[in-house]
Design a binder for this molecule. Structure first.
Ligand code: SF4
Ligand code: SF4
Length: 353
């Protein structure tokens, strides 16, 4: 999680408390392309287990600039560049990184870090945080899981992480976050993955369960294997790591709530962020397709953020959140539970006062 200005956070929180938004979003999540060079088995879009064919599309650089101008006016703090694919494949990614950093915003990119172009690696080294999709522990498990067309990808990712870590040692950024998606095929590798991440000197290791779709159901963790995983996590959770990790939360979630990673009672995160997809769909959560608020090709970011319809959805998150309701179904894999808990705690405290 990138650091947020506490004053800004306070204003967002006052808004949550009083059912009104006083400021623009803290974070804007931009999807910039749909093509990928990997076929990760757990991927919703490009899995080698699926027959889905995703048309390669990109967010036009002009549209990106327009959205960025709106972000400046709304005093957005963080931009996340990600995609229904691999953002480094966008032809204007280096320009986008420079534009965002020149605008003084914090930047996070989600990536598989497989590229070899030097200028791209240098551009990526300027961002504030890299979230790296990397759930394998060696070349063999990487090839089986990601089916890369380029067979040297595993070693290239490792090389790139070493380079980024060197930059970080000098400039204190980017912070390096590893994302390990747990499936039936890789859960036994968790202890080795933790050792590898330690050797790579990363900052944060984030485990999450695979989001199931009809394509990847066959690699979903089975009940029997959940018990084995529980034992593995129990041992690992007692260890001291050189990085931050949510391994204890994952252990707890497995013990108490089965697939649901955290016991969510409300969604308050949608009061601080908005995401925009290539087709123009603006939504309050990139993970929950039921929270669409409009179309960026028909209206601007400011209008969409402050619209009555948007406010109505935020109120649903605050007052009518229920994982059994189909609107919130996908929230059982919420990726932002930590931040949600932060606002929840503040809200509970303010109600008690
Ligand atoms: S790198 Fe990301 S987008 Fe590409 S196949 Fe893997 S999970 Fe999907
Ligand atoms: S996935 Fe998390 S952040 Fe998104 S709507 Fe659900 S609870 Fe909120």
């Amino acid at each position: 999680m990138l650091k947020t200005n506490p004053f800004r956070r306070r204003i967002t929180f006052e808004g949550i408390k009083n059912d009104i938004v006083y400021c623009g979003p803290q974070l804007v999540h931009l999807y910039i392309n749909t093509n990928c060079n990997l076929r990760c088995e757990y991927c919703w879009f490009h899995s080698h287990l699926s027959d889905l064919k995703i048309e390669g599309r990109i967010l036009a650089y002009e549209k990106f600039k327009e959205i960025l101008e709106d972000c400046k006016k709304l005093k957005v703090e963080h931009i996340v560049l990600s995609s229904i694919g691999e953002p480094s494949l966008h032809p204007d990614i280096e320009k986008m990184i420079n534009d965002i950093k020149n605008a003084g915003m914090l930047l996070r990119i989600t990536t598989n870090l497989t590229f070899s172009k030097k200028s791209l690696l240098k551009a990526f080294a300027k961002v504030d945080q890299l979230a790296i999709n990397f759930s394998a522990v060696d070349d063999e498990s990487y090839r089986a899981m990601y089916k890369p067309l380029d067979k040297s990808n595993f070693s290239r990712v490792i090389k790139n992480i070493y380079f980024i870590a060197k930059v970080r040692a000098r400039f204190k950024k980017p912070s390096i976050e590893m994302r390990f998606i747990i499936t039936n095929n890789n859960f036994k590798n968790i202890p080795r993955a933790l050792e590898l991440y330690r050797d790579l000197n990363v900052d944060y290791v984030y485990f999450t369960f695979m989001d199931d779709t009809k394509y990847n159901k066959k690699i979903e963790l089975t009940g029997k294997n959940k018990l084995v995983l529980k034992e593995i996590l129990a041992i690992q959770a007692k260890k001291k790591f050189t990085f931050r990790t949510n391994i204890f939360d994952i252990y707890e979630s497995l013990a108490n709530y089965r697939n649901c990673a955290f016991k969510l009672r409300r969604c308050l995160i949608i009061w601080e962020r908005i995401s925009v997809e290539i087709n123009g769909k603006a939504s309050l959560c990139c993970h929950n397709e039921n929270l669409t608020v409009g179309d960026i090709y028909k209206d601007n970011l400011r209008n969409l953020w402050f619209a009555k319809k948007t406010q109505k959805i935020r109120s649903l998150g605050k007052y009518s959140f229920n994982l059994r309701n189909k609107i919130w179904k996908s929230c059982k894999y919420c990726f932002a539970a930590e931040q949600n808990h932060f606002y929840e705690k503040m809200l509970d405290l303010s109600i008690k006062k």
